[in-house]
Design a protein around this ligand. Structure first.
Ligand SMILES: Cc1cc2nc3c(=O)[nH]c(=O)nc-3n(C[C@H](O)[C@H](O)[C@H](O)COP(=O)(O)OP(=O)(O)OC[C@H]3O[C@@H](n4cnc5c(N)ncnc54)[C@H](O)[C@@H]3O)c2cc1C
Length: 376
C-alpha cells in the first residue's frame, strides 16, 4: 500500500473489533478492520448479553437495532445441579439474548456506517512494526500500513502462535460447543437463562430470536469431541443422566447439521498489550462463560480502546504513553471480573468441587451474577 498510513488497523471484526472501529470512525480517524470470517457467521457462544453489555450497546447507539432484530429479554437465571436440584435467582438487571449471527453483524454494520473500511474473508498472517516506525499488517490479499494496531482476534488465533504468545499450542483444557434447538416448547424458557452442570462441563439454554433456543456449552476435550462426532448421542446421554435437563429439553429438537465446536479455551486474563500492540476482548483475556460477561467485556474494552486510539490519532495522546495508559484503562474496565470468575469456577465446572459447594450454590450463584458483571 502506498500513501498516508491509516490511523489504526484492527484485527478481528467481531464485537471488540467493531466496537473499537465504530468509536474510532465516529471521531474521524482512518480505520481498517480485517477478519478472516465473512459476516454474518455463527459463533460458539451461549448468546446471553449481560446488562453491562446492553448499556454499552446503548452508548454505541445500537441497542434499538438489537432489540428490533428480535433479541429476547432475560431477567432470571436458574442453576441446575448434577443431582437435578435447581436454584433460581434474578439477574441484577435485564440481559438480552440474540444469535451471534445477528448481533455481530449489527455492530459491524454500525462501524461500517460510521466510516470504517472492512476487509472480510482475509486472515491476517503477520503484524510487524512499532509505535515509533508504524506497523505493517499483511493478509494474503493486501498489505496495510498504520500508526497503531488493535488486536481483537478472540480467544485463540494462529496469529497468537506467530506472535509467540505462551498459551498457543499448549494442551487445551476446555472447548466450547453450540447448537440451536427448535420447537414450540422453547417458550418455556422465556425470560430465563438456565445453566446445567454435568460431568465434564456445563451448558446454558436461552431463547434467542424467532423462538429458537441456543445451547452453548463449555466442556472437557472428550465431551467436546463427543459433541462434534455425534451431538444427538451426547444429548441423549446427558438427558439420561439428568432428568432436569431432559425436562428442560422436552419438545426441543436440535436443528440439522453438526454442532459448532470452538477453538481451545484457555480461561483467564492475558494482559492488555503484547509487544507494542493493544489488545481488546478475548484477545486480552477470556472470562468464564458462565458469567455471561464475555461479550459485554469485548464491547466495553473495544469501546475504551477505540476512545484512547482516537485521542492518539488526534494528537491528544503521545505514542510513549499509549501502552501504559491502555493497560490502566483496561484494568479499570475489567475491574474484578477475572478474579471473581476464577473464584466461582469450581461451582460451575463440576467434579468434586461442585459436590462440595452444592449446599452453598444458591447464594454463590446470586453473588457471582452480581460480582462478575461490570457497572451497567
Ligand atoms: C462455550 C462458550 C459460551 C459463551 N457464552 C457466552 C455468553 O452466553 N455470553 C457472553 O457474554 N459471552 C459468552 N462467551 C464468550 C464470548 O463468546 C466471547 O467473550 C466474545 O465472543 C469475545 O468477543 P471478541 O470480539 O473479543 O472475539 P471473537 O468474537 O472471538 O472474535 C474474534 C474475531 O477475530 C477473527 N480472527 C481471528 N484470527 C484472525 C486473523 N488471524 N485474521 C483476521 N481475523 C481473525 C475471528 O474470525 C473472529 O471474528 C462464551 C464463550 C464460550 C467459549
Amino acid at each position: 500500500m502506498s500513501g498516508r498510513p491509516l490511523d489504526t488497523v484492527i484485527v478481528g471484526a467481531s464485537l471488540a473489533g467493531s466496537a473499537a472501529a465504530l468509536v474510532l470512525s465516529r471521531s474521524g480517524a482512518r480505520v481498517a478492520v480485517v477478519d478472516k470470517a465473512v459476516f454474518p457467521r455463527p459463533k460458539t457462544c451461549g448468546e446471553l448479553f449481560s446488562p453491562d453489555g446492553v448499556a454499552a450497546l446503548a452508548r454505541l447507539g445500537l441497542d434499538g437495532e438489537v432489540r428490533a432484530a428480535g433479541a429476547a429479554t432475560i431477567r432470571r437465571f436458574a442453576l441446575v445441579r448434577p443431582d437435578g436440584g435447581r436454584v433460581r435467582g434474578r439477574l441484577p438487571a435485564p440481559a438480552l439474548s440474540l444469535s451471534r449471527e445477528r448481533l455481530d453483524a449489527l455492530v459491524l454494520d454500525g462501524a461500517r456506517r460510521a466510516g470504517a473500511a472492512f476487509h472480510l474473508g482475509e486472515a491476517v498472517t503477520s503484524v510487524e512494526g512499532s509505535l515509533a516506525e508504524g506497523f505493517t499488517v499483511k493478509t494474503p490479499a493486501r498489505t496495510l500500513e498504520a500508526r497503531t494496531v488493535l488486536g481483537a482476534w478472540g480467544r485463540y488465533s494462529p496469529l497468537d502462535g506467530r506472535l509467540g504468545r505462551p498459551f498457543f499450542g499448549t494442551p487445551a483444557p476446555l472447548f466450547g460447543f453450540k447448537k440451536f434447538l427448535a420447537g414450540a416448547s422453547g417458550s418455556r424458557l422465556s425470560d430465563l437463562v438456565t445453566l446445567h452442570v454435568f460431568r465434564g462441563g456445563y451448558l446454558g439454554l436461552s431463547l434467542v430470536e424467532e423462538g429458537r433456543v441456543s445451547l452453548g456449552a463449555l466442556a472437557t476435550p472428550a465431551v467436546a469431541q463427543e459433541a462434534h462426532h455425534d451431538f444427538d448421542h451426547l444429548l441423549a446421554r446427558l438427558r439420561a443422566e439428568s432428568p432436569a435437563l431432559a425436562a428442560d429439553l422436552d419438545g426441543l429438537t436440535p436443528e440439522p447439521g453438526p454442532a459448532l465446536v470452538s477453538e481451545p479455551v484457555h480461561l483467564g486474563p492475558r494482559g492488555a498489550t503484547w509487544g507494542e500492540l493493544l489488545l481488546a476482548g478475548d484477545a486480552a483475556g477470556v472470562v468464564d462463560p458462565y458469567t455471561g460477561s464475555g461479550m459485554a467485556l469485548a464491547l466495553r474494552t473495544g469501546e475504551a480502546a477505540g476512545a484512547l486510539l482516537a485521542d492518539h490519532a488526534a494528537g491528544r495522546f503521545s505514542a510513549a504513553a499509549l501502552l501504559p495508559e491502555w493497560s490502566r484503562r483496561w484494568r479499570a474496565v475489567t475491574g474484578c471480573v477475572f478474579f471473581f470468575s476464577r473464584l466461582f469456577r469450581p461451582v460451575f465446572l463440576g467434579g468434586l468441587a461442585t459436590r462440595l459447594v452444592v449446599p452453598a450454590t444458591a447464594p454463590l450463584a446470586g453473588l457471582a451474577a452480581r460480582l462478575t458483571r461490570g457497572p451497567t
